[in-house]
Design a binder for this molecule. Structure first.
Ligand code: SF4
Length: 222
């Protein structure tokens, strides 16, 4: 396990350096929402089942009209729906945004623990972990579709559900790197290790990856 962890840590760094010049959408998205925990929370909620560039534009439209829980709570559900369209499930998300803003309006500290975040409508474990990591730099690994798929392709995890993969990744990486895992693997999934037809021939890990589609040359007997 020690060697596997060391290799995984090395590979995570190699992926980060490899994708940086490719400017994956997740980098711009996360940079655009980092101004406040409230913005991060609402943007993470909007991002479920929605591509990052679409989420980024929807969040920009919504925050241009209302940039605090108080102002957002004064908007109608229909107005929020129109502002965030075409994010996935925009009607349901508009309902959740209103309820969250009404709850935040009642005062008290901003929810920052997983338990507190999970009490908010529309916030599941993956979103709670992402908010913890992005807004409060708390160690958490958000296992979304990219993290789930790539961890299994690379042999970092074998779990069949995100919760199991999360536990495997927590054992594999030191806590100080947990917050990096989501951003790096999402960026990798958006550019190289795509869900369909991953670009294995161009991948920095193709010689080591157990799922590479690039045929490895057999070692010739001497
Ligand atoms: S070799 Fe292919 S499957 Fe493996 S990590 Fe790279 S892109 Fe993904």
């Amino acid at each position: 396990m020690k060697n596997k962890s060391k290799q995984a840590l090395h590979d995570l760094g190699a992926i980060r350096r490899f994708i940086a010049p490719l400017s994956p959408p997740v980098f711009a998205f996360e940079a655009s929402i980092r101004s406040s925990p409230f913005r991060i929370l609402i943007s993470v909620l909007l991002s479920a089942r929605t591509q990052d560039p679409v989420t980024e534009k929807a969040a920009a439209r919504l925050f241009a009209v209302a940039d605090t829980p108080g102002k957002m709570a004064c908007l109608s559900e229909a107005r929020i729906s129109r502002l965030i369209y075409p994010v996935g499930f925009f009607h349901t998300k508009a309902k959740h945004i209103l309820k969250i803003c009404q709850a935040l309006e009642q005062g008290g500290p901003f929810p920052s623990s997983r338990d507190e975040l999970l009490k908010l409508p529309g916030i599941g474990r993956k979103s709670a972990n992402l908010v913890m990591a992005l807004a409060f730099s708390r160690p958490a690994i958000a296992v979304d579709t990219h993290v789930f798929r790539i961890s299994r392709r690379l042999g970092w995890a074998s779990g069949r559900v995100p919760g199991d993969v999360e536990k495997e990744l927590e054992r594999l990486f030191p806590r100080r790197r947990w917050t990096d895992v989501n951003q790096v693997l999402v960026g990798f999934g958006q550019t190289i290790c795509r869900p369909v037809r991953p670009l294995c021939a161009a991948c920095v890990l193709h010689l080591r990856c157990p799922s590479s589609s690039v045929p490895h040359r057999e070692e010739q007997p001497r």
